[in-house]
Design a protein around this ligand. Structure first.
Ligand code: NAD
Ligand code: AOT
Length: 312
């Protein structure tokens, strides 16, 4: 299977590197020129659980795709949510009727964007509990363990989804089929709607957040709002189980992780994905007449901090 990873940031690099190490032909596409230049010059350089690893991978800017000869059986999307539509508009040279697209981005509603570019029976959706961070152009830090859950958006894609799960497992990505990917996505969005926004606002990692007395009531209120809106969307969430799932990160090896929203806003002064996480719950809550004051406040605070920092 030929794979193109679109978005060679932290997560795209992790998946590309682990698949490459398993012998899969992987190509990268990225929109950040400094990153492209660094990977072309010195390869993708990773601190992979404390070991320095370099992978020579082909990488293209979207504008170079038309003449690249790149062929992809599967495109794995790993841009940020706010980059997804603009990036996919530029992928027409490599998306054909038989190309599958897998979206593992955090956040809610990416299928609405991707349906414009790929047929439902060639769209795979999922979530991942792996983490990653960029330390500079062409450099990533990859620590700890994770997992992947995925499912084809329409039943006709199920056999291909099984192939992807098998390939990911050969690469050590710890994948399994999801029986209800919408529920998996909402459950993961609860992880990000609590940890990402709170750690970005409080400037702390997951473990430090978990040490505060406020962590539990914050998590319970935020997750209750996610649960009410998900229910109205036809996705039942067990909010007590989801709380335990999120709170388990406070004492796991992932506790040292600074969530990607912290990396974006605090470290790199970039705009965040909040409108696709807490902001999505607020918008969908409004449509259903459900009040979401915690998520509304978090979205507003993140946007205010983006402005104060001059995030771009
Ligand atoms: P990322 O920000 O590292 O990379 C996304 C894109 O932004 C890439 O194209 C990258 O080249 C570009 N980029 C990165 N830094 C830049 C900079 N300083 N200037 C200009 N462009 C830059 O994104 P990510 O953390 O890999 O996240 C991708 C998706 O995966 C998101 O939806 C995220 O929420 C999700 N996710 C992230 C993690 C994590 O631990 N990072 C874990 C699970 C899911
Ligand atoms: C995370 N982190 O999803 C992953 O940083 O965006 C992120 C992210 C798994 C468990 C806890 C946090």
């Amino acid at each position: 299977m030929k794979i193109t990873v679109v978005g060679a940031g932290g997560m795209g690099s992790r998946f590309a590197l682990m698949l490459h190490q398993a012998g899969v032909a992987v190509t990268l596409v990225d929109g950040w020129q400094a990153n492209i230049d660094a990977i072309r010059q010195a390869g993708l350089q990773a601190d992979f659980n404390g070991r320095a690893v370099t992978a020579r991978l082909p990488i293209y800017a979207p504008r170079e795709l038309a003449d690249s000869g790149v062929q992809a059986d599967l495109i794995i999307a790993f841009t940020k949510s706010n980059q997804l539509a603009a990036m996919f508009k530029q992928l027409t040279p490599i998306i054909h009727a038989d190309t599958y697209v897998l979206c593992l981005l955090n956040g809610i509603g990416h299928e609405d964007v991707l349906e414009e570019f790929v047929a439902k029976d060639h769209l795979l959706l999922g979530i991942t509990m792996w983490t990653a961070g960029m330390t500079g152009p062409g450099h990533v830090k990859l620590l700890g363990h994770g997992e992947v859950e995925l499912q084809s958006f329409a039943p006709a894609g199920a056999a291909f989804a099984d192939q992807v799960v098998a390939l990911f497992n050969q690469a050590g990505l710890n994948a399994r089929p999801s029986a209800n990917v919408k529920a998996s996505i909402w459950r993961k969005a609860c992880v990000n709607g609590t940890l990402n926004s709170l750690c970005a606002l409080l400037d702390c990692n997951i473990g430090a957040l978990g040490q505060t007395r406020e962590a539990e009531p914050f998590l319970r209120e935020i997750i209750a709002e996610f649960g009410a809106v998900a229910q109205a969307e036809g996705v039942p969430l067990d909010v007590a189980e989801v709380y335990d799932h999120v709170a388990a990160t406070f004492t796991a090896d992932i506790a040292v992780h600074y969530p990607s929203m912290h990396q974006d806003l605090v470290v790199n002064h970039r705009l965040t994905e909040v409108d696709f996480i807490n902001g999505a719950v607020v918008r969908k809550g409004q449509a259903h007449g459900i009040a979401t004051p915690y998520n509304a406040m978090l979205t507003q605070l993140i946007h205010a901090k983006e402005q104060l920092i001059g995030a771009k």
